[in-house]
Design a protein around this ligand. Structure first.
Ligand code: ADP
Ligand code: MG
Length: 261
C-alpha cells in the first residue's frame, strides 16, 4: 500500500464561542492529497478552511480525527509543512535573500551556504537582481513572491497557501497566478491552497474541493484535467468557463446560506 502525502482522516473541530455556545467549524473532513498534487479548497467564509490549515500545520489539535503526512501522524508544528498567508510575513530588517534563507538558518545551516541554496528559489520566483533589496523596496506582488520562495526554500513536503493573493489588486493577482503556476510546474510540490477565486483554483489545480457552509464539510471534489503546462489564456476557453460556472453553482447556495446567519 502506498502512503499519501497528506491524509486528513475524520477531522472535526468544535470551538467554544464567547456566548457559551459551541461552534462546529469542521465536520468529518476526509481528504487525501497525493504527492505532487495541487489541490485547492473553495467555500464560503466561515466554512473552516483556515482552521483546517491550522490543524494540518499542527498549530491546533483537532477535536476528533487525525492528519497524516507521509503516513506519520501530525502532533505539532514541523519543518515538513510550510504555510503562506494573505499578508507576507517577511522580516522588514532582512534583505530578500536573507528572508528566503531564514528558514534554513533556523535549521542550523550557515548563512553563506543558505544563501547559495536559496538562489534557485529566488530565480524561480523571478526575484533575481532583487536579492539585496529590503521588503519595503518591493511591490506587493514581489513581496508575496518572496514569501512563497521562502516557504519553498525549506523544501516542505506540503506547501499550504491561505488566500495568498487576496490582498493584491486584480491585475497583480492575475500575474501572480501565472507565476505560481510556473513555479509549481517547475517544482511539482504537493500543494493545498485556499482561495475565494474560483478561476484561480481551476487554473492552478489538479483538483478543486468545494466546502459546504458552516459546519465545513467536503461537498464535492472536482478533478481539473486541463493539460499542463497551462497559461492564463486557458481562462478564455469555453471549457474553463463552464467548469468555473459549475463550481460557482455548487457554492452559490452555500454562500447564501452563510450570509443569512
Ligand atoms: P474560513 O477560513 O473558511 O473563512 P475559519 O476557519 O476562519 O473559516 O473559521 C471557521 C469558523 O470557526 C468560524 O465560525 C470562526 O468564527 C470559528 N473560529 C475559528 N477560529 C476560532 C477560535 N479560535 N475560537 C472560536 N471560534 C473560531
Ligand atoms: Mg480563512
Amino acid at each position: 500500500m502506498t502512503t499519501s502525502a497528506l491524509k486528513i482522516d475524520g477531522v472535526n473541530q468544535v470551538f467554544d464561542s464567547p456566548n457559551g455556545r459551541q461552534v462546529v467549524a469542521l465536520n468529518g473532513i476526509d481528504i487525501i492529497v497525493e504527492s505532487g498534487e495541487f489541490v485547492s479548497i473553495v467555500g464560503a467564509s466561515g466554512s473552516g478552511k483556515s482552521t483546517l490549515l491550522r490543524i494540518i500545520s499542527g498549530l491546533l489539535q483537532p477535536t476528533n480525527g487525525q492528519v497524516l503526512i507521509d503516513g506519520q501522524r501530525v502532533r505539532g508544528p514541523g519543518m515538513d509543512r510550510a504555510l503562506v498567508f494573505q499578508r507576507d510575513s517577511l522580516l522588514p530588517w532582512k534583505t530578500v535573500i536573507d528572508n528566503v534563507a531564514y528558514g534554513l538558518t533556523l535549521r542550523g545551516v550557515r548563512i553563506v551556504e543558505a544563501r547559495r541554496t536559496v538562489q534557485r528559489f529566488i530565480d524561480v520566483a523571478g526575484l533575481g537582481g532583487f536579492e539585496h533589496h529590503y521588503p519595503h523596496q518591493l511591490s506587493g506582488g514581489m513581496r508575496q513572491r518572496a514569501n512563497v520562495a521562502r516557504a519553498m526554500a525549506v523544501d516542505p513536503k506540503i506547501l499550504m497557501l491561505d488566500e495568498p493573493f487576496a490582498s493584491l489588486d486584480s491585475q497583480t493577482r492575475e500575474i501572480m497566478q501565472a507565476e505560481l503556476l510556473r513555479i509549481w510546474e517547475a517544482t511539482r510540490k504537493t500543494v493545498l491552497m485556499i482561495t475565494h477565486q474560483i478561476d484561480e483554483a481551476v487554473l492552478l489545480s489538479d483538483r478543486v474541493i468545494v466546502f459546504s457552509a458552516r459546519p465545513g464539510k467536503v461537498k464535492r471534489s472536482i478533478p481539473v484535467s486541463f493539460e499542463r503546462p497551462r497559461s492564463l489564456s486557458l481562462k478564455r476557453s469555453p471549457e474553463f468557463t463552464a467548469l468555473v460556472d459549475e463550481i460557482w453553482q455548487l457554492i452559490e447556495d452555500e454562500v447564501r446560506a452563510s450570509l443569512s446567519d
